[in-house]
Write a protein that binds this ligand. Structure first.
Ligand code: SF4
Length: 332
């Protein structure tokens, strides 16, 4: 990756973040911020595409989430942090891109049908939900992003952004950079019950949890069911908790615990305590930074305001260029 690479990535404001966010996204952002020009944003309009009837908590959720970003080491001096809805240019670009995006392209996006099926308690037969990949394209193209960090399931979205950019460039002349999907290697982070870690499943370890809560939660995290009795051997590859060992433990600790598991020489609690102590080495200082930031919410809002002002300048330049190419704005 060259120093000139520009990265755009966003997160929906879901409130307090959990270990899955830290290990799956924030660690990657932290690595990227050191070597690329990064724009990380609060995707609050995206939250409305599925939660349009639950908008009352968005403001509080934004604050809690950004506190977690900062506590996890996202550095506002190195990156531009901003709130999507505070930059109306995103909506304008979304509108213009929607004029040239065939509906068939959106219906083909795999997550469109999948999410509708997963969230069947909500009516997602809306124009906004169908069009959210166009909003994503606007978020990315606005900043001439060259790279977008994504998991494998999001690659089709970046591909769609590239198709939209190509179509726009073909119709109106070279305007947008085609971004690349940067596939991030992320560890599997199951929740306490072995399913994907998620606030809505009630199986998450939050970054705001205190040390005793983290210890209590991880101590009861699901393990290999073959180890129901202390004397029964197990296999770490069938143990959800061991995914966290792989993230946090040293090679020696991994060898010790794997051997102890397979021979039943150690019990699950002893095994997990080794991992919990290691996890606490990261979570303890993070929690302290979090508490300090939570005590100064106005400073956190200032950080967002400064970043949003910076992002707005770039967005204004992009939109001036776009309006001129399309021929809208009336030249005034
Ligand atoms: S001993 Fe460790 S690896 Fe084995 S099942 Fe228990 S917690 Fe998992």
């Amino acid at each position: 990756m060259t120093a000139k690479q520009r990265i755009v990535s966003g997160m929906r404001p879901t409130g307090k973040l959990h270990l899955g966010h830290l290990l799956g996204t924030l660690r990657n952002w932290r690595a990227l911020q050191a070597r690329a020009e990064c724009f990380f944003f609060v995707a609050d309009w995206h939250a409305l595409t599925t939660d349009y009837d639950r908008s009352e908590n968005v403001g509080e959720n934004i604050l809690e989430m950004v506190i977690d970003w900062l506590a996890a080491g996202i550095d506002p001096e190195q990156v531009t942090l901003f709130v999507q809805s505070a930059i109306p240019e995103h909506a304008e670009l979304h509108l213009l891109l929607s004029m040239i995006t065939p509906v068939g392209w959106l219906e083909r996006v795999p997550t469109y049908k999948e999410t509708q099926q997963q969230l069947e308690d909500r009516d997602l037969s809306t124009y906004g939900f169908l069009g959210y990949p166009v909003l994503q394209a606007a978020d990315i193209l606005m900043y001439d992003a060259t790279g977008v960090p994504v998991g494998a399931d999001q690659v089709p979205h970046v591909e769609l952004t590239r198709e939209i950019a190509r179509r726009f460039n073909h119709l109106f002349g070279e305007t947008f950079v085609e971004p690349q999907a940067l596939l991030a290697e992320t560890p599997r982070v199951p929740g306490l019950d072995g399913r994907k870690m998620s606030k809505s499943y009630g199986n998450a370890v939050f970054l705001a949890d205190d040390a005793a809560e983290v210890k209590a939660k991880l101590s009861r995290m699901m393990t290999d069911p073959r180890r129901a009795r202390r004397r029964d051997p197990g296999d770490p590859s069938d143990c959800p908790a061991y995914n966290l060992h792989r993230v946090y433990c040293t090679p020696e600790e991994l060898a010790f615990t794997a051997h102890g598991c397979k021979t039943a020489e150690i019990g699950c609690l002893e095994c997990k305590q080794i991992m919990i102590a290691r996890a606490e080495e990261e979570l303890g200082p993070l929690r302290e930074r979090r508490a300090a930031l939570a005590a100064r919410p106005d400073d956190v809002r200032d950080v967002l305001a400064r970043g949003t002002a910076r992002a707005r300048t770039v967005a204004a330049e992009t939109m001036a260029r776009v309006r001129e190419r399309v021929g809208v704005g009336g030249g005034v």
